[in-house]
Design a protein around this ligand. Structure first.
Ligand code: UDP
Length: 411
C-alpha cells in the first residue's frame, strides 16, 4: 500500500479544479465509512488502484478501508474461469465449482468488517459474498472491471441471479452495461486512473534508469509490453508483430509480466511465451515484480505494445501514455476508449498492422514525439488520481441518497 502523505495535494498544479471539488465533497461526506473488498493485494489493475485510492479517500476526509479475500487455490481456479467466461470464453464454471465458490465465500463473509455505511464489491470474485452478509442499512455496489461485451450466456445468467442485493452496478464503459440492463439496477460508468507520483509513474531520479537497464543489459529504444501473463493480453500477437519488424530493423523486445495472487493461469502463459520466443537473444523476458522497474522500462521504450484481445481498461496503456510513449494497442474496448487512433497512439487489428505502426514510429522521431505529447495531455485531462477520487465521492453521495430514499419508503 502507498505510504505517501499528501497524495491529493501533490496535484495542486495538475488538476486544481478537481481538488476544490474533492474538498467540498469531502466536507459533505465527513464521517462516512466505505469498505472496498477485492481478492488480491498485489498484481493487476484493481490492486494497483486500490493501493492509492484508499489513502486518497482518507485524505479527502472519509474513512476508507480495504479488505482482501483470503481465497484458496480451488477458489481462484474457479474465479479465473468465471472471469474468462464473462470475458467471452466458452467454458462456464461447473455446478461443483460454483458450490466451492459459495462455500469459500460463506467462510470469508465472517471476516468482513461490519461497520461500513457503503461496501464496494470488486469483480466476480467478491459478488457472491453479498448472500452471506447481513445488509443492515448499508448501501452495496458491485464494481466490475472487465469487458463483458461477449460474455458467455450461461455464466452471465448465473451472475445476474447474484445481483439483486446490490443497489448499484459500476462498470468501466457503456458497452459493458448492455448485458446488465435486465437487472434494472442503476448503472454508473467510471473509468480508472493512475497516480502520477507513485513509484511506477513519477519522474525518475538520476542514476535509477542506468542501474535497472544495466541489470538486464538493455539499451534504450526497445519495444515493450508489460502485462500479467494472461491469455487475453496478446503476448503471442506481440511476438508475431515483433518478428515481422525484426526482419527489417534491429529492434529488441522486452516482455515484462508477473502473475497476480488470484491468477492461477500465469505460469502456463509464461511457458507458452517462452516457447514462442525460443531463446531469441533479442527478446528479454522479465518476471521481477517492481514498480520502479516498470517505470524505467516504460520511459526508455521506443514504443509500447498492449495487443490485448480483451481489456476492461488497461492501466498499462495509461501508464505508458503518461510517460509520453506511443502505444500500439489491440482492438479491445478498454484500449480503444483511451487511444485516439493516429493522434494519441495506434490501434492495431492484427500483428501485421502492429508491425507497420512499429516501423513507422521507429523511423520517425517527430511522430513519436507528437503522439507521446498528445497521449500525456490526454491522460492529464482524463486519467489522473483526483478524477477517480472525485468520481468515487460523487458515487458515495448518490448511494447514500438512494439509501435514505429507500429507508423513507419503508417507514
Ligand atoms: N503490472 C506490473 N508488473 C507486471 C505486470 C503488470 O506492475 O509484471 C502492473 C501494470 O503496470 C498495471 C497493472 O499491473 O499497473 C495491470 O493493470 P491493467 O489494468 O493493465 O491489467 P489487469 O492486470 O488489471 O488485467
Amino acid at each position: 500500500m502507498s505510504q505517501r502523505q499528501d497524495l491529493l495535494n501533490a496535484y495542486e498544479d495538475l488538476t486544481p479544479i478537481l481538488l476544490d471539488e474533492i474538498r467540498r465533497l469531502g466536507r459533505e461526506l465527513e464521517g462516512l465509512r466505505v469498505l472496498h473488498v477485492n481478492s488480491t493485494a498485489k498484481g493487476g489493475g484493481v490492486a494497483e488502484m486500490l493501493a492509492w485510492l484508499i489513502p486518497a479517500l482518507e485524505e479527502a476526509g472519509i474513512q476508507a478501508e480495504w479488505h482482501v479475500l483470503e481465497g484458496s487455490d480451488s477458489f481462484f481456479h474457479m474465479t479465473k474461469k468465471l472471469h474468462n467466461a464473462l470475458q467471452g470464453r466458452n467454458h462456464p464454471p461447473s455446478e461443483e465449482e460454483w458450490n466451492a465458490y459459495f462455500n469459500q465465500l460463506a467462510d470469508e463473509a465472517r471476516l468482513i468488517p461490519r461497520d461500513a455505511h457503503i461496501i464496494i464489491f470488486h469483480d466476480p470474485q467478491t459478488l457472491g459474498l453479498a448472500h452471506f452478509l447481513p445488509k443492515e442499512n448499508q448501501a452495496w455496489a458491485w464494481r466490475l472491471h472487465i469487458d463483458t461485451t461477449t460474455a458467455d450466456e450461461e455464466t452471465l445468467q448465473r451472475v445476474l441471479t447474484l445481483i439483486p442485493p446490490m443497489d448499484m452496478l459500476i462498470l468501466t464503459l457503456p458497452a459493458y452495461g448492455i448485458p446488465f440492463k435486465p437487472t434494472r439496477k442503476p448503472i454508473r460508468y467510471i473509468q480508472p486512473a493512475i497516480d502520477a507520483y507513485s513509484r511506477k509513474n513519477r519522474p525518475l531520479l538520476e542514476g535509477e534508469a542506468e542501474k535497472i537497464l544495466g541489470r538486464y543489459g538493455l539499451t534504450p529504444g526497445y519495444a515493450l509490453q508489460v502485462s500479467r501473463f494472461d491469455p487475453w493480453k496478446g503476448f503471442d500477437q506481440v511476438i508475431e508483430a515483433w518478428r515481422m519488424v525484426r526482419q527489417r530493423i534491429p529492434l529488441q523486445l522486452v516482455l515484462v509480466g508477473s502473475a497476480a495472487d488470484d491468477d492461477p493461469e500465469g505460469q502456463e502463459v509464461l511457458e507458452e511465451v517462452k516457447r514462442l520466443v525460443k531463446d531469441d537473444p533479442d527478446v528479454t523476458i522479465i518476471t521481477e515484480h517492481d514498480d520502479l522497474l516498470v517505470n524505467v522500462l516504460q520511459r526508455h521504450a521506443c514504443c509500447v505494445y498492449q495487443l490485448s484481445q480483451r481489456e476492461g481498461f488497461g492501466l498499462t496503456v495509461t501508464e505508458a501514455m503518461w510517460k509520453e510513449k506511443p502505444v500500439i494497442g489491440g482492438p479491445a474496448e478498454g484500449i480503444r476508449a483511451q487511444i485516439k487512433h493516429g493522434q494519441t497512439g495506434f490501434i492495431a487489428r492484427n500483428p501485421g498492422e502492429a508491425a507497420a505502426y512499429t516501423l513507422e514510429l521507429f523511423h520517425d522521431p517527430a511522430l513519436r514525439e507528437r503522439i507521446g505529447r498528445a497521449a500525456h495531455e490526454h491522460v492529464r485531462q482524463q486519467y489522473l488520481l483526483p478524477r477517480l477520487v472525485r468520481d468515487h465521492l460523487l458515487l458515495y453521495k448518490e448511494l447514500l441518497t438512494r439509501r435514505e430514499e429507500a429507508r423513507a419508503q419503508t417507514v
